[in-house]
Design a protein. Structure first.
Length: 71
C-alpha cells in the first residue's frame, strides 16, 4: 500500500535536510532531490518489520519567546 507524506526541507551546514511531518524520520542530501530520495528510503525502512510496539508519548510544552514573528 502506498501512502503520501508531507516533508519540510531546509539548508543546514551545506546540506539539504528533509523531515517527514507525520512520522519522526529525517534524512539529508546534497540537493533537494537527493534529500527526498534519502527520506523516502528512510521511511521505507521505518515501516519494515520489526516495528516498535510501544507508542511514544507526545507532550506539549510552553516556551516564553520574545517576538514570535521572528521565528
Amino acid at each position: 500500500m502506498k501512502k503520501s507524506f508531507t516533508a519540510t526541507l531546509w539548508q543546514e551546514d551545506g546540506l539539504v535536510v528533509a523531515q517527514c511531518l507525520k512520522v519522526d524520520v529525517a534524512s539529508q542530501g546534497k540537493s533537494e532531490e537527493e534529500a527526498l530520495a534519502n527520506l523516502t528510503e528512510a521511511l521505507n525502512l521505518h515501516f519494515q518489520p520489526p516495528r516498535a510496539t510501544v507508542t511514544p508519548r507526545v507532550r506539549t510544552i510552553e516556551v516564553e519567546v520574545s517576538d514570535f514573528d521572528e521565528l
